[in-house]
Design a protein around this ligand. Structure first.
Ligand code: SF4
Length: 363
């Protein structure tokens, strides 16, 4: 398995919580950036043999006009046509019929929609500019254009959110019956609008206990509606787990293209510059060799995000040792935060909210 990630950094506006590599759209930069990523793709073509999944993320990839989006899709079509899962992240209010037709024409078979919430006041607080009706319309357009594998991203635990708001978001998920949903707990990152407001005393965060209750509600209700909770923040109908994301969680190789993207081609991990100017001039910021102790830590950290956890025999085959010996895990097994069943070492669903206690072993 090997993936390709392409980062499209432009957004119409900046959301209050966002710390992704992004910048406000400027039409004159679209062409310059497209030429730069085509050049980077060409320079990494030897690593792109046998790509099994492609993810075009952002930023907001579908802020691009159709002609430039088509130029990108056409350029990577040799990879798209042979890859199993091809995802593009989209803002719902920007999806058009002609755009969905392009997706279908070039083999995009999965669309991830940034919904976040359907509550108008929540969307306004989060800095999003769509309405629930835009999401419904986007899903209808995609389905009319043969794209059934749709994922919706939601955020929970944001300031002022109450249980009724969360329940309304969950009910909307079930009414749209999409096969994949992500619920991310709000993380307050530095250098975001939220962190600025918090520092000025203009924002009050929810208590951890309330957020933990919300997470329990999500887990319970998603299960009741036929979604498998397969990763800390991800839920899927049978057979719709994200192939591309599993590749990150399972420490497989991937090529990252674009501003702020990172890649992992053994034994190297590299990151591209997060500033457009530097990316256009120099592309990569750093390339570091990952030694086996670092690789083990990443394998454990990412693998334990999966509800199935890690396979002990796979770990032994890969590293010729046991994670119980390599890390101080016995105390977590004794306390019940970690469990072993057959060949699997995993964090039980009801302990995921305190999983950081285990993750600290791998930092
Ligand atoms: S959350 Fe997404 S749409 Fe909002 S600013 Fe960040 S990258 Fe852009």
């Amino acid at each position: 398995m090997r993936g390709l990630y392409i980062h499209m950094p432009f957004c119409k506006q900046i959301c209050s919580y966002c710390d992704f590599p992004k910048m406000v759209s400027s039409i004159e930069n679209y062409r310059i950036y497209l030429d730069a990523i085509k050049k980077e793709i060409n320079s990494k073509r030897n690593d792109l043999e046998g790509i099994t999944s492609i993810y075009i993320g952002g930023g907001t990839p579908n802020v691009y006009p159709d002609n430039l989006l088509e130029e990108l899709l056409d350029y990577i079509y040799p990879y798209l046509k042979n890859s199993k899962e091809n995802t593009i992240e989209c803002n719902p209010e920007l999806i058009t019929d002609s755009q969905a037709k392009l997706f279908y024409k070039y083999g995009i078979n999965r669309v991830s929609l940034g919904v976040q919430s359907i509550s108008p006041s929540a969307l306004s607080l989060l800095g999003r500019h769509h309405k629930m009706e835009d999401v419904t319309q986007a899903i209808n357009i995609l389905r009319a254009n043969h794209i059934q594998n749709i994922s919706m991203d939601f955020i929970f635990g944001f300031p002022n959110e109450d249980i009724d708001t969360l329940l309304a978001d969950l009910d909307y998920v079930y009414s749209m019956n999409v096969p994949h949903v992500s619920f991310y707990s709000l993380i307050l990152e530095d250098k975001t609008i939220f962190s600025y407001l918090l520092s000025k005393g203009k924002l009050k965060l929810l208590d951890d206990d309330i957020i933990a209750d919300m997470y329990d509600i999500i887990n319970k209700r998603m299960k009741e509606h036929g979604y498998k909770h397969y990763e800390v923040s991800n839920y899927a109908k049978e057979g719709f787990e994200s192939i591309h994301n599993e590749l990150y969680w399972k420490e497989e190789e991937y090529v990252g293209i674009g501003m702020g993207a990172s890649g992992f081609i053994k034994p190297y991990r590299y990151s591209n510059y997060k500033s457009l100017k530097k990316y256009l001039e120099l592309v990569e910021e750093e390339k570091i060799e990952i030694d086996s102790s670092e690789e083990k830590k990443e394998f454990m950290m990412l693998g334990l995000r999966m509800l199935d956890g890690i396979s002990l025999s796979y770990y032994e085959m890969k590293y010729h040792s046991s994670p119980i010996l390599d890390f101080d895990l016995s105390k977590h097994i004794d306390s019940g935060i970690l469990k072993i069943e057959d060949d699997r070492l995993f964090i039980p669903e009801d302990k995921l909210f305190i999983a950081n206690i285990v993750y600290e072993e791998f930092v």
